[in-house]
Design a protein around this ligand. Sequence first.
Ligand SMILES: Nc1ncnc2c1ncn2[C@@H]1O[C@H](COP(=O)(O)OP(=O)(O)OP(=O)(O)O)[C@@H](O)[C@H]1O
Ligand SMILES: [Mg+2]
Length: 274
Amino acid sequence: MAKLITVDALDYVYPDGTPALFDINLEIAEEEFIAFIGQNGSGKTTLSKCLNGLLRPTQGSIIVDDLDTRQRGIIKQLVTKVGYVFQNPDHQLFNRTVWAEIAYGPNNIGLSQSEVKERVIEAAQVAGVHEDVFDTHPYFLDKGLRQRVAIASILALRPKTIIVDEPTTGQDVRQSIEVMNFLKRLRDEEGHTIIIITHEMRIVADYAERTVVLGKGRKLLDGPTREVFAQPEILKQTFVEPPQITRVGQALVEEGLPNDVLSVEEMKVAFNRK
Ligand SMILES: Nc1ncnc2c1ncn2[C@@H]1O[C@H](COP(=O)(O)OP(=O)(O)OP(=O)(O)O)[C@@H](O)[C@H]1O
Ligand SMILES: [Mg+2]
């Protein structure tokens, strides 16, 4: 698959002097489904904001398509390539109606009114935001719908890569499955690259094919999710535990179970083979 993003020796230090990322190297290709995981403060959000140009590298570089995020005056191009849905959608939604919210990005990059309209209708439909709420203030929607509006407002810019920071926090199981299946459809049917940031390892095991592990601003692991969860000692450094079913296998390796089981179904197969 074609390469979309190349991160080379990235360091990021916040303006107040807080160092947040050290020597990050990363390549992201078309149609990947990736999870960024790691303890609180490990740098997941900072890395995401670097990928879409909200933050510029202190050292090193990030190339998105053929754009170097260090260049000035390219943010309007960058937002059409990498979309970032904030950790708390309430920090992203600031317009008075759902329509204005979704139209904000397309208006901002200077599209014509008819193109804006087309983009809003398309994005709302893909994200499952019904036209009945177009005139509603986002504040009056439930959290799940507010998040879909936040996603629609990013989709309206048609970025190839979409980063969703903690898509399932504060949602019940049904809402979590709904938003995750929606992101999976965006990848499977619309060809987007999806990056999720999450503390829920069950979600990682079920959806992400690749997992990047951050600890204290450094990349500790990066690979197929199965291989990442098979390294509990490294995960421990950043206070991550593999999903429970994986840990059961790891606790019983000496009894002949594999250390990289990702689901109950796989465990049943492994158990019967024993
Ligand atoms: N605006 C800021 N100014 C200064 N330091 C910051 C700022 N935002 C984050 N940091 C620091 O940068 C480091 C990385 O934070 P970041 O928010 O990227 O972590 P995270 O992995 O997203 O954590 P969480 O899981 O809690 O969301 C932390 O030390 C944090 O305190
Ligand atoms: Mg964060």
